[in-house]
Ligand binder design. Structure first.
Ligand code: NAP
Length: 298
C-alpha cells in the first residue's frame, strides 16, 4: 500500500523523534525539515524519513505539496542565537498556516503548551505560544492543538537536566521555584494522542490539555531524580525573591538553566485545570515511575 506523506516541522527534536516512530508505524512517509541536517544525519538511516534542509527563507508550500498531514512541533523555551518567541511561535506559524492554505493541506496538528494564552499568559513564552495557537485555529484549516505540561521520556531535557545538575552538585543543590507544580506527561502518550486525532473528525478545531497522572512540585521532582539515581542530596528550596534573583542572574548566561521568563512561566501551575485531553482521547496517562528509571538510571 502506498504510504501517505506527512511533513513534521520540528521532527528532529525530542517529541518529534518519538512522533516519527508512531507516524511511520501508522503508514506515513515523513518529510522532516531541519535547519541543521548535519546534526540529524542519523535520521537518514530511517526508512520512510526524508530530511530536508530549510532556511528562514524556505517556502513551506513546496514541502507541503502532496502531504495529507502537517505537524508543527517547532518551539523554543528560551530566546537565543537570533531566535525569538515571536519568530518561532508566531511568525513561523503564520508561514506554516499560509503555506498549508496555499496547497490545501487537509490536516494540521499544532503543538502548543499548557496555559498558553495570547492575552493572559504569565510569560512571553506562554503568550507567544497562545498567539501561535490562535493563528493556527483562525485559518479555516482542520487543526487540532496539543497543550502539554512538561514532557518526559528518553532524551528529555527535564529529568536529564536534573541529572546534569545533580552530577555537578557537591551534595547540595539550590533550587529556584521549588513549589512550582507540574503534571509530567510521557512523550509516547503525547505522540499517541496526536496520531489518534488525525482521522478523528471530532478532534478538529479542539485544543487538548495533556497531563500525566500525578501533580508534583519541582522539589518533589528533583528529589525523585536523586532517589532514582541513588544519590543523596540536600535540596535548598529558594524563596520567591531569591528564585527571581537567581533566574535574573543565571538567565544572562549562555545555555542558562533558568531565565526570568522561565520563572514567570512557573508562577502558573503546569497542571490540567479541567479536562485531561489524554483521557478524552482514550489514553491512560503513564506515571513517571513506569518510565523514568528505564532511561535515567541506565
Ligand atoms: N518538551 C517539553 O517538556 C514541552 C512541554 C510543552 C510544550 N512543548 C512544545 O513541544 C514542541 C516540541 O518540543 P521538544 O521538547 O521536542 O523541543 P526540541 O527538542 O527543542 O525540538 C524543537 C524543534 O523545533 C525545531 N525548530 C526550532 N526553531 C525552529 C525554526 N525557527 N524553524 C524551524 N524549526 C525550528 C528544531 O528543528 P531543527 O533544529 O532541526 O531545525 C527542533 O527539531 C515545542 O513546540 C515545545 O514548545 C514541549
Amino acid at each position: 500500500m502506498k504510504r501517505q506523506r506527512a511533513c513534521i516541522i520540528g521532527g528532529t527534536g525530542f517529541v518529534g523523534r518519538h512522533l516519527l516512530t508512531r507516524l511511520r508505524d501508522a503508514g506515513y512517509h515523513c518529510v522532516v525539515p531541519t535547519r541543521r541536517a548535519f546534526r540529524h544525519r542519523d535520521l537518514r538511516l530511517y526508512p520512510d524519513v526524508e530530511l530536508q534542509e530549510v532556511t528562514a527563507a524556505t517556502d513551506y508550500a513546496g514541502l507541503f505539496a502532496g502531504c495529507s498531514l502537517v505537524v508543527n512541533l517547532a518551539g523554543i523555551l528560551n530566546e537565543s542565537g537570533g531566535l525569538t518567541f515571536q519568530s518561532v511561535h508566531v511568525d513561523l506559524v503564520r508561514r506554516i498556516v499560509a503555506a498549508a492554505q496555499a496547497v490545501g493541506v487537509p490536516r494540521l496538528l499544532h503543538m502548543s503548551a499548557l496555559h498558553a494564552d495570547a492575552e493572559r499568559g504569565g510569560s512571553d513564552y506562554l503568550r507567544s505560544k497562545g498567539e501561535g495557537e490562535d493563528i493556527a485555529h483562525g485559518a479555516g484549516l482542520a487543526v487540532t492543538s496539543f497543550r502539554p505540561s512538561v514532557i518526559f521520556g528518553r532524551g528529555d531535557s527535564f529529568f536529564n537536566r536534573f541529572r546534569g545538575l545533580l552530577d555537578l552538585a557537591p551534595g547540595m543543590v539550590p533550587l529556584a521555584c521549588p513549589n512550582a507544580q507540574f503534571a509530567p506527561v510521557w512523550v509516547d502518550d503525547v505522540a499517541q494522542a496526536m496520531v489518534r486525532s488525525i482521522g478523528d473528525e471530532r478532534t478538529m478545531g479542539q485544543r487538548y490539555d495533556l497531563c500525566g497522572p500525578k501533580v508534583l512540585t519541582l522539589e518533589d521532582l528533583m528529589a525523585y531524580t536523586a532517589r532514582t539515581l541513588g544519590k543523596r542530596v540536600w535540596i535548598i528550596g529558594l524563596d520567591d525573591k531569591r528564585s527571581e534573583l537567581m533566574a535574573k542572574l543565571l538567565g544572562k548566561l549562555p545555555g542558562a538553566p533558568i531565565t526570568l521568563d522561565n520563572y514567570r512561566s512557573m508562577q502558573t501551575p503546569s497542571v490540567c485545570d479541567e479536562h485531561n485531553g489524554l483521557l478524552q482521547l482514550g489514553i491512560h496517562p503513564t506515571d513517571i515511575d513506569t518510565i523514568v528509571p528505564t532511561y535515567l538510571a541506565g
